[in-house]
Design a protein around this ligand. Sequence first.
Ligand SMILES: Cc1cc2nc3c(=O)[nH]c(=O)nc-3n(C[C@H](O)[C@H](O)[C@H](O)COP(=O)(O)OP(=O)(O)OC[C@H]3O[C@@H](n4cnc5c(N)ncnc54)[C@H](O)[C@@H]3O)c2cc1C
Length: 415
Amino acid sequence: MRIAIIGGGPAGLMAAACLGGAAGVFERGGRPGRKLLLSGGGQCNITHSGGVGDFLPCYGGNGRFLKAALYAFPPEALLGFFRGRGLDFIVREDGKIFPKTLNSASVLEALLKAVRAADFHTSTKVTALRGVSGGFAIETAKETELEKKPLAEKKVYRADKVILAAGGRSCPHTGSDGSGFALAQSLGHTIRWPKPALCGILSPGFESLAGNSFRHTGVAVFRSENGGGGAGRLVLRGEGDLLFTHRGVSGPVILNLSRYIERGDTLAVNFLHPRNPEGFLQAFSAVVKKEPRKTAGTLLAAYSLTRALEDFILARASIPRSKTCATLTRAETRELARQLVRFPAPVAATEDFHSAMTTAGGVSLDEVNPKTMESRIVPGLYFAGEILDIDGDEGGYNLQAAFSTGYLAAQSLAL
Ligand SMILES: Cc1cc2nc3c(=O)[nH]c(=O)nc-3n(C[C@H](O)[C@H](O)[C@H](O)COP(=O)(O)OP(=O)(O)OC[C@H]3O[C@@H](n4cnc5c(N)ncnc54)[C@H](O)[C@@H]3O)c2cc1C
């Protein structure tokens, strides 16, 4: 075959749709696009409103790499591609774009209709990839139920060129378990340490707050050099909605910070964002002085948080709800204020790849030409999608990156 695409996810399928009969696809799952089906809670947040300039800052420090791919296939072109195949879209108030069907299966169906691949090998895992004279040898084995049964029916194919779009390590039960990294590595590529991203944080002790969510919080991440003790230095900040879970904290602000958060960090949550914590400490002390008859409970209730959080804060500060402002000590006043604007949440770990929506890390971007997606190490080898060291914020940025890089790899190959 002329071109082999390894991986039948959004990146590989978009490349296949662009390459028509010139390409064959290898997908280890019984059917392609299983992660796409899970996306957006089954509704598929396919992309986000805004232009390329708005997208680039949403990929951590690596957004620049995507510039050519996003210009080659920007959000409007992606929506146009699907509109041409019968889908329509809604733009939510927060800018997230979904198919009008609110059903990711309709996106996958439209995408598969566009794929006219010469061969489509499902339940076929690529187990090795070797450079041979004038192309590649692709070793495969039949795989049923994703490694629950032994690999069988080994076969070797030949291709002139290869697009490696085997995903990262997030949600491995959908097929992307990191085997694409091993294939890239076997051809000499460096893999930047893969880490779960777009995931919650494990932080025990907040079980009584599970289900409580807060709009527009500010979150600061502190890290101590020796990995424990002390306040640590501020390493980054984020803002957005926050949700307590049975295992710790999650919600958009945490998901977007998760690519940077490490075990041993401490999060400081400002429930009154954008109020400045320093200024608030003073203002809060002034209120306590001015309202001696107010109880600690009524004092906290004025900030429109949840009753569960008020109770949690009071218990944490060992202050009875009925205690009056007149009897609050200075230290107690400061502690209450601190809990409102610098609520500490120690990080035991990030959630693992099973719950992560994407992978931070992957094939080193230094080794890939961003204008073509071709390897700088192995001519004829191209990359697309989550396998690259690119991960976006939540909001449709990851699917857009997968589609745009798949499109650009295919266009470059077709030239
Ligand atoms: C629960 C969840 C919800 C998400 N929601 C959204 C959302 O709403 N919006 C958004 O933008 N992003 C979302 N994402 C992220 C998005 O789904 C991914 O960024 C995207 O699927 C990456 O596409 P990909 O084609 O690079 O990789 P994948 O979708 O992982 O596809 C890779 C494919 O390669 C196959 N494969 C792997 N190794 C081999 C091999 N050795 N041989 C043959 N085949 C192989 C796999 O089986 C898989 O089908 C979500 C992710 C998850 C897990």
